[in-house]
Design a protein around this ligand. Structure first.
Ligand code: NDP
Ligand code: GDR
Length: 333
C-alpha cells in the first residue's frame, strides 16, 4: 500500500485529494495545524467525513522541526505540498505570506531530501506566478511576472523546486493551476462569496452583495478535476511542470449573473461595488493553455462552469435549509 502525505489536507484541494487517494487504495496522512485539532468545526469540516480513514499529524509551515518529524514518522512514497496562505492580497505589506509559503516549502523539501529522497513530490504552483502577463493564454513557456506577495512566494517555490529536481534528483513537479472552485471553496474567494451571499439573499438574511471589479476575468475550473491532475503528474516516468486550466475565461459579472438567475433573482437589484475589493493590474486575463497536460497525460475537465455554480449554489442553499430544483423553484428541505 502506497503512503501519501498531504500538507493542507483540511483545505479545498487537500480534502478532495485525500478522497481520491483513499479510492485508489493509498494510506493517507495529512498535516494540520495544532489549532485545527481544537477546531473540529470550521477548520476540519472538509475532512470530517473521512476523518476515521486518514491519519492526521500536527505541524505548521513556520516550524521546520514539526515538518521534519512528520516526514520522518510517515516516510511517504508521495507528498502533495498544498499548504499555503492561499488568499491573494495585492497589498505589499503582506510580506508574511512570502515567508510562510516560501520557508514552509523549503523546510518540507529539506526534510524529504534528507529522510526520503525517493519520495515523489507535488508542489502547488499558481497562475498568479504569471501575474501581469503580457500575453493570454499563458503556457509553460510564458514569462513569469508576479504582481503580489503571494505570486512571488509561489514563483520562489517554483524555482526552489527546480533546484531540488536538478541538483538532488528529487522527483518533483509543479502544477501551475488556475482558479478551481467547489462547495469546499473558502468564503473569502469571489465565487463562494457570490454563491453563499446569493443563498442568504434568497432566504432574506442579506440584502446586498458587495464586490470589487465585476469585469475581472478568471479561468475557473472544478477542484476535483484539478486534484486528479496532481496525482497524474506523480505517476509519470519523469517529473515535469504542467499548466492546469480550462482555457476559457468568464467575468465576475458572468458568474454573478448565472448564480442569481439560478435563484430566479436579478443581480442588479442586489450587487454593489466597492473600491476596497478592487485590484489593479488585472487587465490581461489569466487564461491557461493546458494543451501539454491534456495531450501527454490525457487529463480533461468534467464540469462546465454552470454545473460548478449549480453544485455550489445547492450546497449553500442546503446550509440555509433550502434546495433548488432545475426550474429554479426553491424547496424547503
Ligand atoms: P485552501 O486555502 O483551501 O487550503 C490551504 C491549506 O493550507 C489549509 O489546509 C490550511 O490549513 C493550510 N495552511 C495554511 N497556512 C498554513 C500553515 N502556516 N501551516 C500549515 N498549514 C497551513 O487552499 P486550496 O485548497 O484552494 O489550495 C491548495 C494549494 O493550491 C494552495 O497552496 C494554493 O495556494 C494553491 N492554489 C490554489 C488554487 C485554487 O484555485 N484553489 C489555484 C492555484 C494554486 P488551516 O485549515 O489550518 O488554515
Ligand atoms: P484569486 O481568487 O485571487 O484569483 O486567487 P479570488 O476568488 O479571490 O479572486 C478572483 C477574481 O475576482 C475578483 N473580485 C473579487 N475577489 C474577491 N476575493 N472578492 C471580491 O469581492 C471580488 N470582486 C471581484 C478579483 O479581483 C479577481 O480578479 C485564487 C486563490 O485560490 C489562489 O490561491 C490561487 O493561486 C489563484 O486563485 C489561482
Amino acid at each position: 500500500m502506497k503512503k501519501a502525505l498531504i500538507t493542507g489536507i483540511s483545505g479545498q484541494d487537500g480534502s478532495y485529494l485525500a478522497e481520491l487517494l483513499l479510492e485508489k487504495g493509498y494510506e493517507v496522512h495529512g498535516i494540520i495545524r495544532h489549532i485545527s485539532f481544537e477546531d473540529t468545526g470550521y477548520r476540519l469540516s472538509n475532512i470530517a467525513h473521512i476523518q476515521d480513514k486518514i491519519f492526521l499529524h500536527g505541524a505548521s509551515l513556520e516550524n521546520q522541526l514539526s515538518l521534519y518529524k512528520v516526514v520522518k514518522e510517515v516516510q511517504p512514497d508521495e507528498c502533495y505540498h498544498l499548504a499555503a496562505r492561499s488568499f491573494v492580497s495585492y497589498g505589499l505589506d503582506e510580506s508574511s505570506i512570502l515567508t510562510t509559503n516560501f520557508n514552509g516549502t523549503h523546510h518540507l523539501l529539506e526534510a524529504i531530501c534528507e529522510i526520503v529522497p525517493s519520495c515523489r513530490v507535488y508542489f502547488a504552483g499558481s497562475s498568479e506566478m504569471f501575474g501581469y502577463a503580457g500575453t493570454s493564454p499563458q503556457n509553460e513557456f510564458t514569462p513569469f511576472y508576479p504582481r503580489s506577495m503571494y505570486g512571488i512566494s509561489k514563483l520562489a517555490g517554483y524555482h526552489l523546486v527546480n533546484i531540488y529536481r536538478k541538483r538532488y534528483g528529487i522527483f518533483i513537479c509543479t502544477g501551475i493551476l488556475y482558479n478551481h472552485e467547489s462547495p469546499r471553496r473558502g468564503f473569502e474567494f469571489v465565487t463562494r462569496k457570490i454563491t453563499s451571499t446569493a443563498a442568504k439573499i434568497k432566504m432574506g438574511f442579506k440584502i446586498k452583495l458587495i464586490l470589487g471589479n465585476l469585469e475581472a476575468r478568471r479561468d475557473w475550473g472544478y477542484a476535483p478535476d484539478y486534484v486528479r491532475a496532481m496525482w497524474m503528474m506523480l505517476q509519470q516516468d519523469t517529473p515535469d511542470d504542467y499548466i492546469v486550466a480550462t482555457g476559457r475565461t468568464n467575468s465576475v459579472k458572468d458568474f454573478v449573473d448565472i448564480t442569481f438567475k439560478m435563484l430566479n433573482l436579478n443581480y442588479k437589484d442586489y450587487v454593489v461595488t466597492d473600491q476596497r475589493f478592487y485590484r489593479s493590474g488585472e487587465e490581461v486575463p489569466l487564461c491557461g493553455d493546458s494543451q501539454k497536460i491534456r495531450s501527454r497525460l490525457g487529463w480533461k475537465t468534467t464540469k462546465l462552469l454552470t454545473e460548478i455554480i449549480e453544485e455550489m449554489v445547492q450546497e449553500d442553499l442546503k446550509a440555509e435549509g433550502l434546495r433548488c430544483d432545475y426550474g429554479s423553484r426553491i424547496i424547503r428541505s
